[in-house]
Write a protein that binds this ligand. Structure first.
Ligand code: ATP
Ligand code: MG
Length: 231
């Protein structure tokens, strides 16, 4: 799993982002491409900013609270002066992934692209938070495998389906139940729960504030962000 992005910023041969292509997981289409080493290392960026970077990968059912929690954590990190950014499923589907739908293959390609983009943010020294249903374990594991151990923090927003359906913040569950949306996660498409996420958060039962504290506590404990004494 540790193919790249050591803190010294020296990528291993496997680390350059793939060139993309029509087939998810396929190798680069182009030949004659050579990785150009950055003149500033990830370690130098971390040193200048005073904190390391990480990918916080929020996963869970629609309505589980990924966007809400990711944005609340994002605000807390921003207020502490950290470089941070949210990649949100709906937003990314307006641009980078607007050519993709919700078939299994398109979901796989969607997550592949997000994994690659998140890796770039990681290298840029940013604490990047991704808020995607990302229902398939293999897709999440592929994103994890792009970076070093410790750089990928999988956060399962674990709200039960009935809670999410009751919330139905976007009215999508009602449409899915009515058969108006095909391949809707939890209804007509599977959600594969993480087996060993770094964090499992009860976003269905806990207050948002408690959920934020849980994430920040983990980041402090694992040296991603300064602890309360320093920060
Ligand atoms: N502890 C909590 N954490 C996050 N959200 C919560 C919590 N408690 C209640 N909520 C509410 O649950 C809803 C979650 O909606 P949100 O859009 O964040 O879900 P999502 O997982 O991003 O869904 P989607 O995949 O459709 O984008 C919001 O209305 C939010 O206020
Ligand atoms: Mg969302």
């Amino acid at each position: 799993m540790t193919s790249s992005n050591a803190l010294d910023g020296t990528p291993s041969p496997a680390s350059p982002p793939s060139a993309g292509g029509a087939t998810p997981g396929a190798g680069p289409k182009a030949t004659n491409i050579v990785w150009h080493h950055s003149s500033v290392s990830r370690a130098a960026r971390a040193h200048q900013r005073g904190h390391r970077s990480a990918i916080l990968w929020f996963t869970g059912l629609s309505g589980a609270g990924k966007s809400t929690l990711a944005n609340a954590v994002h605000s807390a990190l921003f207020e502490q002066g950290l470089a941070t950014y949210v990649l949100d499923g709906d937003n990314v589907r307006h641009g980078l992934c607007k050519d993709l739908g919700f078939s299994d293959a398109d979901r796989e390609e969607n997550i592949r692209r997000i994994g690659e983009v998140a890796k770039l943010f990681l290298d840029a020294g940013v604490v990047v938070l991704t808020a995607f249903v990302s229902p398939f374990r293999a897709d999440r594991d592929r994103a994890r495998a792009l970076v070093d151990a410790g750089d990928f923090i999988e956060i399962h927003c674990a709200a039960d389906l009935d809670v999410c359906e009751q919330r139905d913040t976007k009215g999508l569950y009602a449409k899915a139940r009515a058969g108006e949306i095909k391949e809707f996660t939890g209804i007509s498409s599977p959600y594969e729960e993480p087996q060993t996420p770094e964090l499992r958060i009860d976003t269905g039962g806990q207050s948002l504030e408690d959920c934020v504290d849980q994430v920040l506590g983990y980041l402090q404990h694992n040296g991603v962000i300064p602890g309360p004494a320093q920060g």
